[in-house]
Design a protein around this ligand. Structure first.
Ligand code: ADP
Ligand code: ELE
Length: 311
């Protein structure tokens, strides 16, 4: 620890992406839910975590909107409040007859989670409307995953939204495989729809099997990028670092050493920082390092959307 104390370890969390010139529009599409830890519920859902982290990092330099649904219940009200407190716009949030989503989380000794999702939740029942078309047409970056597509209604809204974004938009597929809620079809279709892919080291083997990819992670990622015309692939390996294929260059970084409380939301925060940096044209190595610091901070705090990231 240096003379200035431990908190300086996380000074990079103060990082703002100053290169963002105009107000970019970021959208999270899919699940809003409560992560129910043994210690109690915390706000979550991968695209919602993405939104909260982007809003925290970019503050008033971005518009951030969550597109999902909550139930007409207490957890729904609290979810909307959580989004708003994190600086995420809720104008496109819907209310569905089903209960607000939740997932029971168990943590192993390393703070790594296993998930048991409630069936048929409000976020499974998104409905299309003309406001979503207008939002899509001015979106700069949108993040979606596989879980949000487990039910037909929300799957169709996600696909329609992606079809409506500008050519230049970043369509970020954070694959977030949550057994049994994914299929070869959802993976294949999503890979065709996205131009940026985020996956981790337990998800790559699933794609390796589906597409007979080479054993080397770099070669597997290059093969995927070629096959699906991806402009960027982000590959995270927990404590063992992260890599990115961008402009035909494969760059790796190590992870920040950190005392882990739980790793829930670390990947979403990583994706958020990375995508914000991509839109700001930040160089790849700086981008990976900053994303790793943000993700390490999330690991050091309970839950997926800790307050400190707001600094
Ligand atoms: N134990 C850890 N120590 C330090 N950083 C970590 C740790 N676990 C995760 N991270 C950070 O979070 C990022 C995403 O974590 P990872 O587990 O690979 O993805 P996901 O959360 O999507 O499953 C990693 O690349 C790393 O920067
Ligand atoms: O929506 C989901 O898929 C969930 O499991 C809810 C969790 O809040 C995050 O997804 C955690 O995501 P990671 O960043 O991968 O740890």
């Amino acid at each position: 620890m240096d003379a200035r104390g431990k908190s300086d370890t996380y000074l990079p969390i103060l990082w703002k992406i100053t290169a963002v010139k105009s107000l970019h529009t970021f959208v999270g599409l899919g699940e809003v839910l409560w992560d129910v830890f043994p210690t109690g519920p915390r706000f979550g859902g991968a695209p919602a975590n993405f939104c909260c982290s982007v809003a925290s990092l970019l503050n008033d330099q971005a518009e951030v909107w969550m597109v999902s649904a909550v139930g007409d219940d207490d957890l729904g009200e609290r979810a909307i409040r959580s989004l708003q407190e994190n600086g995420v716009g809720t104008k496109y949030m819907q209310v569905a007859p089903q209960a607000t989503g939740r997932v029971d989380i168990e943590l192993d000794d390393s703070g790594i989670a296993t998930y048991e999702f409630a069936e048929d939740s409000a976020w499974d029942h998104l409905r299309w409307n003309p406001d979503l078309q207008r939002l899509a047409s001015r979106t700069d970056a949108v993040c979606f995953g596989t879980l949000g597509q487990r039910n037909e209604a929300t799957k169709q809204v996600i696909r329609r939204f992606l079809a409506g974004v500008p050519e230049t938009a970043l369509k970020v597929f954070d694959i977030n495989l949550r057994p049994p809620f994914f299929s070869d079809e959802v993976i294949e279709h999503s890979l065709q729809l996205c131009n940026v892919l985020k996956l981790n080291d337990s998800e790559l083997p699933v794609l390796r099997k589906q597409y007979q990819l080479p054993d080397s992670a770099e070669q597997a990622i290059r093969t995927l990028a070629d096959r699906f015309d991806l402009s960027c692939v982000v590959y995270t390996c927990g404590a063992d670092g992260a890599a990115c294929l961008r402009d035909d260059r494969y760059t790796t970084v190590s992870s920040e050493p950190v005392e882990v409380i739980d790793t829930v939301g670390a990947g979403d925060a990583f994706t958020a920082a990375f995508v914000a940096g991509l839109l700001a044209n930040t160089g790849t190595e700086a981008l990976l390092r900053k994303a790793s610091r943000v993700a390490a901070y999330v690991c050091s705090q309970p839950g997926a959307t800790p307050k400190g990231i707001l600094l």
